[in-house]
Design a protein around this ligand. Structure first.
Ligand code: B12
Ligand code: SF4
Length: 529
């Protein structure tokens, strides 16, 4: 990891040095990208710093963000060497680590390294894993970092950082006491954030917006946050060039930004942690309800991206098309004005609902969509929750969806998922068999032959993540799940986009081997594995 160019720090008011890391994937990561969750978490703090210093360069030296590529063996990695050097030289007072369930072991290894070199560094965990792991921490009555932030992190992280700034030489214990003694300030922050800290008597939690009843608390909208500070990324060009769906005529990847206009998905697939109101956060399930950003706020980000030399955008919204038509039309006008190439992930159902917009989308620069077909078996699809609130049930067949996209000259990436648990079985084992997997692969192969706009197929094994409907159901009816020990790490599981981690019983090694080999045979170069 390249350390930021040396900038004189004399003009900084505070001497607090921070370091923020997106915990790396434990293997060869299939898709690379900007750590948007971490950047959003830093947005309020970076904005405060920028107002004080008027220099992005100074802020990016004071609180750099590292987004390393996948690391299989942290103890023998280049990342470990670079981190050791950085921590020894800069002795950051705060290290923030963004965690995924898959990257949790790497997050722990990073924390241990930091603590070994600099025990009085405050280590804060936040991110997708923490967002849904609160009740497990409570159950174990311990957390693995000095502080854990779940849910809306931006204001909480800023508040914690300013408490550290108010006494930069405090020990970790003193910082925790200061935080606890100023809990009322934190409780008055907006959004649905939660801070966990361990005290001598066990875990304490501080909830933002505490005066509001927990079910009425509203998530902080993206439009209420400053634009995510991509300039903090130490390897911004590298992490922004992983999208080979956007290339120039020399087949070089374009500099691509990930952008979101809304959070949360109106559908509710049982294996997914993006369904609004269905994903368990603490003992409640808050999530974005009216989540769209204003057009003005989005335009500010697009202008900034143009200035920074970005040429393409991938919209990370759970379902980009699932927006009111009037709003989507305004977004398209904006995209046409700024002339980005862009793509998004969305559902078949939302494509059908927005079909009259496809030509306009194409004109506005859209040349790619990623859709989840997931599985063709009706029984299996029933089991992953397509009946919940309308789920992903589509109004036309998949051929219809692909032909509409082909006509609009839009490339398509397809996601397939194997090994869905059967929630009606007492052990919640999968009903996936060689025959059902073979059928899904054969059928997809036919589609690839029929529709040349299908550029790739991503194969996934359904994995239990904390807080999802299938995980909640499994824990309730069968038993605990090992979310972070990361079972199933052998080579064949690591080949899938999502393959390592806990799966339903019945997804045996031999079935997984079959899926990997048969998919490779049938999809050839179009297999994203
Ligand atoms: C962008 C993205 C990526 C990018 C960037 C990843 C990265 N390095 O950060 C790419 C494409 C590389 C990626 C990869 C993966 N991803 Co991803 N990704 C997302 C996505 C689409 C958007 C995240 C986002 O910005 N959300 C919006 C922000 C505002 O919310 P947030 O992320 O919750 O962040 C808030 C808080 O968590 C908190 N916070 C976040 N970080 C930190 C750090 C600190 C210190 C603090 C205090 C707070 C804090 O503050 C933020 C603002 O409130 C989400 C789905 C989604 N729509 O949310 C999936 C999602 C996060 N990914 C997921 C998964 C499974 C993966 C992969 C494992 C897939 C794979 N098999 O390869 C890998 C793991 C990568 C890794 N490093 O280990 C899951 C996570 C499930 C889980 N429990 O871990 C999600 C939820 C998708 C899903 N439904 O399954 N991903
Ligand atoms: S449609 Fe996609 S994002 Fe929405 S709940 Fe289903 S899998 Fe998750």
């Amino acid at each position: 990891m390249k350390v930021a160019s040396r900038v004189k720090r004399g003009s900084l008011e505070s001497t607090v040095q921070g370091l923020f890391i997106s915990a790396p994937y434990p293997g060869d990561q299939k898709f690379f990208g900007q750590p948007t969750g971490l950047l959003y978490a830093l947005s309020v703090l970076a904005d405060r710093k920028l107002q004080k210093t008027s220099s992005k360069e100074i802020v990016s030296v004071e609180m750099p963000v590292w987004a390393p590529a996948g690391v299989t063996d942290f103890s023998n990695s280049k990342l470990k060497e670079e981190l050791t050097d950085y921590i020894t030289e800069h002795r950051p007072k705060v290290v923030g680590i963004s965690t995924f369930s898959a990257s949790y072991q790497n997050a722990l290894a990073i924390k241990d390294l930091v603590k070994k070199i600099a025990p009085e560094t405050l280590v804060v965990f936040g991110g997708a894993h923490e967002d849904n792991f609160v009740k497990h921490y409570r159950k174990n009555d311990r957390i693995d970092a000095d502080l854990v932030v779940a849910g809306d992190g931006s204001h909480l992280l800023d508040a914690v950082y300013s408490i550290v700034e108010s006494n930069p030489h405090a020990t970790v214990e003193e910082i925790k006491q200061n935080i606890y003694s100023r809990r009322e300030e934190l409780e008055s922050l907006p959004g649905t954030g939660l801070l966990l800290l361990e005290t001598k008597t066990g875990i304490e939690s501080i909830t933002t917006n505490a005066a509001e009843h927990k079910r009425l608390r509203k998530q902080t909208l993206l439009g209420a946050l400053p634009i995510m500070p991509r300039y903090l990324l130490q390897n911004e060009d590298e992490v922004s060039s992983g999208f080979d769906i956007f290339q120039n005529p020399k087949e070089e990847n374009l500099k691509t930004a990930q952008v979101m206009v809304g959070q949360g998905c109106p559908y509710a697939c049982a294996f997914c942690s993006e369904g609004i109101g269905t994903v368990w956060y603490d003992d409640d399930a808050p999530n974005a309800r009216e989540p769209r950003r204003s057009i003005e706020h989005l335009e500010k980000e697009l202008q900034e991206l143009k200035q920074e030399g970005y040429e393409a955008i991938f919209f990370d919204d759970s379902t980009f098309f699932a927006k009111p038509k009037k709003y989507l039309a305004e977004v398209l006008d904006l995209l046409a004005k700024y002339e980005f190439r862009w793509g998004c992930q969305t559902t078949q159902k939302s494509i059908h609902a927005m079909k009259e917009f496809l030509p306009k989308m194409r004109e506005a620069g859209m040349d790619y969509v990623y859709i989840g077909i997931e599985h063709y078996s009706g029984e299996i699809r029933d089991n992953f929750g397509k009946n919940v609130r309308g789920g992903v049930k589509v109004s036309g067949n998949v051929e219809h969806t692909l032909s509409m996209l082909e006509e609009a000259e839009v490339s398509v990436g397809i996601s397939l998922t194997f090994g869905h648990p059967d929630t009606n079985s007492p052990t919640q084992s999968t009903t996936e068999t060689l025959a059902s997997a073979r059928y899904a692969i054969d059928r997809t192969k036919e589609l690839i032959q029929m529709y040349h706009n299908v550029v790739g197929v991503s194969c996934n094994l359904v994995t239990y993540h904390p807080g999802t409907p299938i995980s909640e159901m499994f824990e309730r009816e069968v038993g605990p799940v090992d979310y972070t020990g990361l079972p199933n790490q052998s080579a064949v599981y690591a080949q899938f986009e999502e393959g390592m981690g806990p799966h339903a019983a019945g997804l045996t090694d031999s079935l997984v081997n079959f899926i990997a080999n048969y998919a490779a045979e049938k999809f050839g170069k179009k297999l994203w594995m």
